[in-house]
Design a protein around this ligand. Structure first.
Ligand code: UGA
Length: 479
């Protein structure tokens, strides 16, 4: 089938590449010339600087100019196209609602092109990126305004997790397709022939609105799991002697009805989706006259989690960040990606600078280049205090404390780097509970402050523990 993918970011690029691998002819369109040039170069480094997804580059290199074409102009290719995937970024506004400006501009442009077609092949416009319930209907309105004939709309949300896009596309848990007519459902069935009637993949056909809603409920339920563990499990283990976080997790999730996913306590979930989607769902609920207390609490807990360890370092470990050097280990929002959108490290940098550190020695296996875009000294002169380091050991050199922010596998062996680079006493703040041998470090005089556990030290510290250290958070309540 001939298909067009509009927007070549984290959703559009892997999706377009996988569709080309399944034998469809894919025209991937973006208004960003630099991005399109990078993809057209076929060069690994250039592509990965745009989007870094394991396994993606070989597919692009193999399919480029065979089944996969990148362009900034789709006016010539729209003729005969059966499916157009809308994969545009839909950023959140301050009030949590979704900004559909890029989406609307692209939809109007495409509707104009579709209205001017010579042959009126049936075409389905499919929302792939996460958009509020009702957006497929809104798209239908745009098509009508432009007098487009023989076109339908559908919702086919993307459920892939970053870092697993290729693996996940080849073997998804489910494919959800929401469309109004049997004809349009049939076109998408043809496109997804590899998944329909698959023994393991659930191929779900429903209405566009249901499909849109499935995506929001799925993502916010996942974040609810994470906030449950961060806001309740971790808090209990931090507040009581002798609660072992790992045992707690195993014991609770041994119930087959309870997910193990989400039980990895952390310095808050980041990424482009969870924060944005939950704020959007809160907005959608409230705009239809409902309360959203549960989701507001989930959101607040997640945001609180991103910096609370620095406060604990003060009141539990007696550590004063002023004029100190801190190694920041991990910048990406999770392992195996260079994506820093909504990453805990962004808030960590702000918190550390606000506490007056003299330098932040940052290291990430993949996101170093990306970080320079976020911390431009021209935006804030304090970003001069960030030193970009070449390895964990380089970051630890001369530091007074380290903060482990991203769950990179290589950080599991950080203890050896710490022993080789810095002498005890030294404060290790572990936002991911990644150090399996932390007890040995503590016995050797290092101070250990983890998420989901009490502060451990054999040294005398100026610590004090306030009775109720947790401030009330209410960033969204009352909006
Ligand atoms: C998420 C969902 O998992 C996907 O199903 C969804 O399709 C996607 O959003 C989307 O809407 O596009 P993603 O943002 O790539 O995928 O990342 P996740 O693997 O879900 O991780 C999100 C954050 O939660 C990361 O910062 C991760 O480190 C953190 N996390 C995850 C925890 O803190 N604890 C956990 O137990 C699991």
């Amino acid at each position: 089938m001939k298909i067009v993918v509009v927007g070549t970011g984290y959703v559009g690029l892997p999706h377009g590449a996988i569709c080309s691998e399944y034998g469809h002819t894919v025209y991937a369109y973006d208004i960003n010339q630099e991005r399109i040039d990078a993809y057209n170069s076929g060069d690994r480094q250039q592509i990965e600087q745009q989007i870094n997804e394991p396994g993606l580059v070989p597919i692009i290199q193999e399919q480029l100019n065979r089944n996969l074409f990148f362009t900034t102009d789709i006016s010539d290719v729209i003729e005969g196209t059966e499916v157009i995937f809308m994969c545009l970024n839909t950023p959140p506004r301050r009030d949590g609602s979704t900004d559909l400006t890029y989406y609307t501009n692209a939809a109007n442009h495409i509707a104009e092109l579709l209205a001017a077609r010579k042959e009126q092949t049936r075409v389905v416009l499919v929302n792939k990126s996460t958009v509020p319930v009702g957006t497929a209907r809104y798209l239908e309105g745009i098509l009508k305004q432009h007098g487009v004939e023989n076109a339908g709309v559908a919702s086919n949300p993307e459920f892939l997790a970053q870092g697993k896009a290729v693996e996940g596309s080849r073997s998804p848990d489910r494919v959800v397709v929401g469309a109004d007519t049997e004809e349009d459902l049939g076109i998408l069935r043809k496109l997804y022939a590899a998944y329909v009637n698959h023994v393991r993949i659930r191929y779900i056909e429903t209405t566009p609105e249901t499909a849109e809603c499935i995506k929001y409920l799925g993502n916010t339920l996942l974040l609810t799991y994470i906030s449950f563990w961060n806001g309740i499990g971790a808090r209990m283990a931090e507040s009581h002697d002798n609660i072992r976080m790992e045992d707690l997790k195993v014991g609770v999730t041994a119930d087959s009805r309870i997910s193990t996913w989400g039980s990895y306590v952390s310095n808050g979930a980041g990424g482009s989706c969870f924060g944005k989607d939950i704020q959007s769902l809160i907005y959608q609920l409230k705009s239809s006259g409902n309360q959203a207390h549960l989701l507001e609490a989930v959101f607040d807990i997640n945001e609180y989690q991103k910096t609370y360890l620095f406060d604990r370092a003060g009141y539990e470990a007696g550590f004063n960040f002023n004029n100190k050097s801190v190694a920041l280990l991990g910048l990406a929002f999770k392992k195996r990606t260079n994506d820093m959108r909504d990453s805990a490290s962004l808030k960590a940098v702000q918190a550390l600078l606000a506490k007056g550190v003299k330098e932040i020695r940052a290291y990430d296996p993949l996101a170093m280049h990306e970080a320079t875009r976020y911390f431009d000294p021209e935006d804030n002169h304090l970003y001069d205090r960030i030193v970009y380091c070449e390895s964990e050991r380089d970051a630890l050199q001369g530091s007074d404390a380290c903060y482990l922010s991203t769950d990179w596998e290589e950080f599991r062996t950080l203890s050896a780097d710490i022993r080789a680079s810095v002498d005890a006493p030294y404060l290790i703040i572990d936002g991911r509970r990644m150090l399996p041998d932390y007890m040995a470090l503590v016995q050797d005089g290092y101070d250990y402050l983890p998420v989901g556990g009490q502060f451990l030290s054999i040294n005398e510290t100026k610590a004090y523990k306030p009775k109720n250290p947790l401030p009330k958070t209410s960033s969204l309540i009352g909006r």
